[in-house]
Write a protein that binds this ligand. Structure first.
Ligand code: ARG
Length: 407
């Protein structure tokens, strides 16, 4: 008997894949796998119901803790891709690994997914699976299926896909972000209606302060309460979402080169990234602050590609481990009007001397105000000289201007 493990959500694409894997690809048995990375409960109910109706064996694997911990790694790297905090991108390798484990346990010969040939997820999944001995199958992409064809096929076959079940947009939700794309949103000039949002309220005038505590760059507590990564993200999504924090409406450059319009909601991610950066401002020297964005950018670019296990990531993590030891302290942020803003920071590692920076003190560490005079004399020396040299050279090149000058 031949078996294929299918990344299964119970939506149209993955449901249509089930008969196709049997009839077009000749597998005797399809094993459905759904991985929990913090989707809403209703999605698991839908997956189970659909699997039942199709007579499929379904495995639901809980990977929320592993996913939350990767999200916190991304906070240490201040990670966003073109402004997007990477929710879907970070989840994919974790989902792919969990499915591969089930496939191997169940003695499958292949793994299949319902991705089309246009998105990033096919690449993020397959890079994990192609490292195994299993075959990789993407029916929708390989058979060139369109949405209309799938809807018709599902109706003909009496597949358990409710008409209208698919909704007006394509939504991908996990602990870190909720993404909404497709439908009317494909037109970049279309202004989204408020009902595309689920995690964030339309902001009103109210405000709230939240204290976020970090240890070694990892968020560990909210308002002084120590929480697990998963609980902290869930609580902060609710808290900051109520103030409309964490909406992104952007054009995103996908890996294949397509530019697409994306809408995201990610209240907790926005708060944690903002607070983390505020703490780095406080505890880093200027040269550290100047350098780290290069690490951060490489981290985000690599994570966007789904390559969190790349050797480069290991090296970047080495820098993060070393630099984040002192990113320990508490940042107070204000949530208000759809925005989050740091308003206070405390850390025993702050590279900060109130005495030195204050306008009220004359002498610091034996340095007097007047000692700055010498620095001021030198400051810009090379630039001044360069401008003088350029001016004299220009004058020397244009003798006719200087002779008939008439001044
Ligand atoms: N463009 C994002 C990414 O590639 C998210 C895509 C989410 N998918 C969706 N069906 N809304 O990471």
């Amino acid at each position: 008997m031949t078996s294929v493990a299918l990344a299964f959500s119970g939506g149209l694409d993955t449901t249509v894949c089930v008969p196709l894997l049997k009839e077009e690809y000749g597998y005797d048995n399809v094993v459905a796998v759904t991985v929990d990375v913090g989707q809403p409960e209703a999605e698991f109910a839908e997956a189970r119901e659909t699997a039942d109706a199709l007579g499929l064996d379904i495995h639901v694997i809980d990977a929320t803790a592993e996913f939350a911990s990767l999200c916190f790694d991304s906070v240490r790297a201040n990670a966003t891709y073109q402004g997007y905090p990477l929710g879907t991108a970070l989840a994919r390798p974790i989902i792919a690994k969990a499915i591969l484990e089930v496939a191997e346990e169940q003695g499958c010969d292949a793994i299949a997914h319902g991705c089309t040939g246009k998105g990033n997820d096919q690449l993020r999944f397959e890079t994990v699976w192609r490292g195994s001995d299993l075959d990789v199958i993407a029916p929708v992409r390989e058979l060139g299926l369109t949405r209309e064809w799938e809807v018709e096929y599902a109706a003909e076959r009496n597949l358990p896909v409710e008409a209208g079940n698919e909704g007006a947009w394509s939504i991908d939700t996990n602990l870190w972000s909720r993404s909404v794309e497709g439908g009317q949103l494909e037109d970049p000039s279309h202004i989204p209606s408020e009902d595309i949002y689920d995690w964030t309220q339309t902001p009103d005038g109210s405000e709230e302060l939240v204290e976020v505590t970090f240890e070694d760059g990892y968020p560990v507590a909210l308002n002084g309460d120590g929480l697990s990564a998963t609980a902290l993200i869930e609580e902060l999504n609710a808290l900051a979402g109520a103030y409309g924090v964490g909406r992104t409406d952007m054009l995103e450059d996908r890996m294949l080169g397509l530019k697409v319009r994306e809408n995201y909601e990610h209240p907790a991610a926005t708060v944690l990234l903002t607070a983390h950066e505020a703490l780095e401002q406080f505890v880093f020297t200027k040269t550290e602050r100047d350098f780290k964005p290069q690490i951060d950018d490489q981290w985000a670019q690599t994570a966007y590609k789904g390559l969190v296990d790349a050797p480069l990531m290991n090296s970047l993590e080495g820098y993060l481990d070393a630099s984040q030891e002192k990113v320990t302290g508490t940042v107070t942020v204000k949530l208000q009007g759809g925005a989050v803003r740091p308003v206070a920071r405390e850390s025993e590692y702050g590279v900060y001397s109130e005495n030195a920076a204050s306008f009220n003190t004359e002498t610091v560490d034996g340095i007097e105000q007047a000692d700055a005079t010498g620095v001021a004399k030198y400051h810009g020396f090379q630039e001044r000289l360069a401008n003088q040299v350029a001016a004299s050279a220009a004058a020397a090149e244009k003798p006719e201007l200087s002779t008939d000058g008439g001044e």
